[in-house]
Design a protein around this ligand. Structure first.
Ligand code: NAD
Length: 454
């Protein structure tokens, strides 16, 4: 898509594109978490001078000292970025220096399971007074279709100090800024696809915004995929996550049936995966975790109500997936029962508390729910996870537990594998333990009567 007219806006689009090509464009990233910090580093690697914005003073200070607070990002990477001009700040007035601003703040659910847009609105209110003519503002946070246009743009237009309007429709000569939505598609822990190989979907509020955003992302991603509006891009991300959520619910339900029928669901999935078309494998587990899959679908089901629409697949998948930690509790109870023991008073070691293998992220982890459920039933619960020496307080839990050593496993009545980190020596674990309840097929290939698939 190339715009060839010569209005002032078009000229400034060309000017910013040249600045991007020459790596002179200043890139601001708001929200230096699991999404924003790696993105800042990607731009920095491509020789852009990046400024990160975060309200968390602790993060700003760690970065200022050349440190990192994300396990898979090394201090050396931060230092290399700093040498390239990367800095972090809480001072929103520095937004004025940026050519493009990318917003990567959280989008959780509130206690009623409804979208909590307070981080997006908070950021937008803080940003609005400082935006400049021709600046590009991109939202990356996962959210329902309409957020960029219905929530963000009105605040930016109302609260900027120069009477700027968001560029809509064809190029115009009035003072404008550009707006786009581009969803983050990172898969934490996935080492098979490099981040720059994940195509970047971009929905501009108008063609120029799309062109600019594609130019910006085209400098760090191999492929950009322009779509016709921010809402299409917002919906695209939700479709991807709902697809995962629904398919995981499907295999979770079929797993419970297979357990009852004495079939191995993992063997079934492996066999089905040999079909060269029309089947994509999803795997069962102890419940959904992470910032995205348990949360994002409900952004859409909430929005759908505005249209008198009931998203039944999302609700059903949510019901099945939410039930999985209860299924794990029941399985531990049944396994202990077979050994003439009760959950009450038993010592249970939970192995792995991160929400998935080999990552340092606890958010929405089913392990936390499982620990709480076991404790409620009177179990004495310990845990081990290479990534978490301590579990303190989160949004929905307050466990205050210290990691146990991974030794003398025979002292536990049950070792419960919740997250199948690849560091674990499962043969040794099975050999030492009295009983192993395995929610992840981590003990595949090990033959022992102690193993209870769950
Ligand atoms: N983590 C993932 O793997 C992933 C993948 C795809 C999409 N997403 C989406 O990306 C978004 C960000 O997720 P994340 O995992 O990076 O979250 P995160 O909690 O790790 O990071 C968010 C950061 O934003 C900061 N912040 C909050 N309000 C702010 C404000 N007003 N101004 C400046 N900084 C502010 C927080 O302090 C935090 O550092 C979410 O919408 C999420 O759904 C995440």
């Amino acid at each position: 898509m190339t715009i060839t007219n010569h209005t002032p806006a078009a000229r400034s689009v060309d000017a910013i594109k040249i600045r991007i090509q020459q790596r002179q464009a200043r890139v601001g990233i708001i929200g230096l978490g699991y999404v924003g910090l790696p993105l800042a580093l990607l731009y920095s690697e491509q020789k852009f001078r990046v400024t990160g914005f975060d309200i968390d003073q602790r993060k700003v200070e760690i970065l200022a000292q050349g440190g990192s607070y994300i396990y898979r990002i090394s201090p050396e990477e931060i230092q290399a970025a700093k040498a390239q001009g990367f800095s972090a700040t809480s001072d929103y007035s520095r937004i004025r220096e940026m050519d493009a601003v990318i917003i990567c703040v959280p989008t959780p659910l509130n206690e009623y399971h409804e979208p909590d847009l307070s981080f997006i609105t908070g950021t937008t209110h803080a940003l609005a007074p400082h935006i400049q003519e021709s600046q590009l503002i991109v939202l990356e946070s996962t959210t329902y279709p309409g957020t960029t246009e219905e929530v963000m743009v009105p605040i930016l237009e109302r609260e900027n100090q120069q009477g700027l309007k968001a560029a809509r429709g064809a190029a115009s000569s009035r003072p404008e800024f550009f707006v786009a939505f581009s969803p983050e598609r990172e898969d934490p822990g996935n080492t098979t696809v490099a981040r720059h190989d994940i195509p970047k979907v971009v929905g501009g509020l108008n063609p120029q915004a799309a062109e600019l955003a594609c130019a910006l992302y085209g400098s760090i991603f191999r492929r950009t995929v322009p779509v016709s509006s921010p809402a299409v891009a917002e919906m695209t991300k939700l479709l991807e996550n709902i697809y995962r959520c629904v398919n995981i619910a499907l295999v979770n339900e079929l797993k419970m049936l297979c357990l009852r029928m004495g079939l191995d669901i993992w063997e079934v999935i492996a066999a089905a995966s040999t079909k060269p078309f029309g089947f994509h494998p999803f795997y069962p587990g102890p419940g959904l975790g992470g910032h995205c899959i348990p949360v994002d679908p409900f952004y859409l089901s909430w929005k759908a109500k505005e249209w008198d629409f009931h998203t039944r697949f999302i609700e059903l998948a949510g019901e099945i997936n939410t039930n999985m930690p209860y299924h794990v509790l029941a399985s531990v109870g049944a396994a202990l029962n077979r050994q003439k023991k009760a959950v009450n008073g038993s010592r249970v070691l939970v192995l792995g508390v991160a929400y998935k293998r080999d990552i340092d992220d606890l958010r929405e982890s089913p392990a936390l729910t499982i620990i709480e459920l076991l404790q409620k039933e009177g179990a004495q619960v310990s845990y081990h996870d290479p990534y978490f020496p301590f579990i303190g307080k989160g949004r929905k839990y307050d466990l205050q537990m210290k990691r146990s050593e991974l030794e003398n496993l025979g002292q536990y009545d049950c070792v419960l594998i919740v997250t199948d980190h690849s560091d674990y020596d499962y043969r040794r674990i099975v050999a030492e333990a009295q009983l192993v309840v395995d929610t992840r097929n981590a003990t595949k290939g090990i033959v022992s009567a102690k193993i209870v698939p769950c």
